[in-house]
Ligand binder design. Structure first.
Ligand SMILES: Cc1cc2nc3c(=O)[nH]c(=O)nc-3n(C[C@H](O)[C@H](O)[C@H](O)COP(=O)(O)OP(=O)(O)OC[C@H]3O[C@@H](n4cnc5c(N)ncnc54)[C@H](O)[C@@H]3O)c2cc1C
Length: 408
């Protein structure tokens, strides 16, 4: 490792690696990316991997489209496939409220040119052999939606960034961000070695606020628990590559996984974590210590009308991890005042796989002073004023933004 860089990125998950790629693509100079663990080994290897295109919040469809564009570019640059699975998606409505959501999605998708069509119960049953189609009032099919192995995508960004000249340092933890007179000076490693740079990007995911605290800055998010279950393999009922579903009335999503079904369920009271309690590696963190298994008791009955035998389905795996939630459920991207040269790209709100490419692009454009491709105001780190992400009250605000999540 050299002693001086133009830009240092802390965090080798989807958001740090996508930012590195976007900066390198723009010839942003000498860039170093460090991760305390292996690249792509933390939250970014635990996702359900949905790349949901249609969104109703401003700017998000552009951001997700950028991820799809990055996948194509990177495959071309590296000459290898990132194994995008274009399975399509089906959003299912069985109530007035969710019908309204479907209508809003149709409008947004149509405006943005995303193919979408309402399909009959028969067609729904054909595409989703596991579903009890009688429970489906309206089904909206979007054939170009896809999923992708999130760790493979993250490694793709990292490899592409490295090919364009970024230096990658896995297993190299940053002890602190170093400043002088309210300007960024660089970082200090755990062996107390200093590496200099006028720009530091904090993309340390769930841990990002631990690096901000000594600077007296709080980023407006807290890590909350996201999770899903995977059934045993039953290739006839859960054929590989069938469309993923979003079922707002059950606060659920599903997708195919090599002949099994992935089932995501969202509880009414989401579990938040104080960043102070996080371990260095997620493998050592118990996501269920506080909330145990009451989630299944609460949420499985909601899905039962669509999947009648959910109580008896053999479950083979359970996956949980942190999503970084913000009170308005929007990302945190941009300059962190009052330090000149300090930036962040975090607050993924459970969408870093779908949105990572666009989040990285916006971060790169803001760092380089380019015209941003979406309005950055709504993602500004300071939009909530001063916050204390270590206070239980603030953590509760963030958890409330995630509780009862219905979308994809
Ligand atoms: C169960 C689950 C399901 C999900 N499903 C989806 C989905 O379907 N679609 C979707 O779009 N998103 C989904 N997500 C969200 C997605 O996984 C995240 O948005 C994404 O992984 C966030 O990436 P990140 O780079 O912020 O975090 P991470 O991947 O955690 O990366 C942060 C990195 O920073 C490093 N780091 C921390 N502190 C330091 C330090 N001091 N020095 C050096 N390195 C440091 C860590 O080692 C880590 O590798 C899901 C998440 C979970 C948990």
């Amino acid at each position: 490792m050299e002693k001086n860089y133009d830009i240092i990125i802390i965090g080798g998950g989807l958001l740090g690696c996508a930012t590195a790629y976007q900066l390198a693509k723009r010839n942003a100079g000498k860039i170093l990316l460090l991760d305390g663990n292996e690249i792509a080994s933390q939250a970014s290897s635990r996702a359900a991997c949905l790349l949901t295109r249609a969104r109703t919040k401003p700017g998000l469809m552009e951001i997700v489209q950028e991820t799809y564009d990055c996948i194509e570019e990177i495959e071309h640059l590296l000459g290898e496939s990132l194994e995008l699975q274009q399975c399509g998606s089906i959003t299912i409505a069985s109530s007035e409220a969710s019908l309204k959501e479907v209508e809003a999605l149709v409008n947004a998708a149509t405006r943005f040119g995303i193919p979408n069509e309402r399909i009959t119960r028969e067609r729904t049953q054909e595409l989703l052999p596991w579903i009890d189609a009688e429970a489906v009032d309206v089904a909206l099919y979007m054939p170009t939606d896809a999923f992708i192995d999130s760790a493979l995508l993250c490694s793709g960004y990292a490899k592409a960034a490295a090919k364009l000249g970024v230096e990658l340092r896995p297993n190299c933890k940053v002890k602190e961000i170093v400043t002088a007179d309210r300007k960024i000076a660089g970082i200090k490693l755990c062996n107390d070695e200093i590496v200099s740079a006028p720009v530091v990007v904090n993309a340390a995911g769930a841990w990002a606020n631990l690096l901000m605290r000594p600077l007296g800055v709080g980023l407006p998010f807290t890590p909350v628990r996201s999770h899903f279950w995977i059934t045993e393999i039953d290739k006839k009922r859960f054929p590989a590559g069938h469309p993923f579903t979003v079922i707002p009335d059950a606060r659920a999503f599903t997708r195919s996984d090599v002949g099994a079904l992935i089932i995501g369920l969202r509880e009414s009271h989401c579990q938040a974590f104080n960043p102070d309690t996080l371990t260095e590696k997620l493998e050592d963190f118990d996501f269920n210590k506080a909330a145990k298994w009451t989630v299944l008791d609460e949420c499985a009955p909601l899905l039962k009308r669509y999947l009648h035998d959910i109580d008896d389905l053999p479950i083979a795996h359970y996956m949980s991890g942190p999503s970084c939630y913000v009170p308005d459920a929007l990302f945190i991207i941009g300059a962190v005042k009052p330090y000149e040269g300090l930036y962040t790209v975090t607050g993924c709100c459970g969408g870093g796989v779908a949105a990572g490419g666009g989040m990285g692009r916006l971060a790169a454009e803001l760092i380089l002073g380019e015209q941003p491709f979406v309005d950055p105001i709504r993602f500004a780190p300071e939009r909530f004023g001063e916050v204390n992400p270590f206070s239980p009250e603030f953590q509760q605000r963030c958890a409330d933004a995630r509780s009862n999540k219905k979308g994809g």
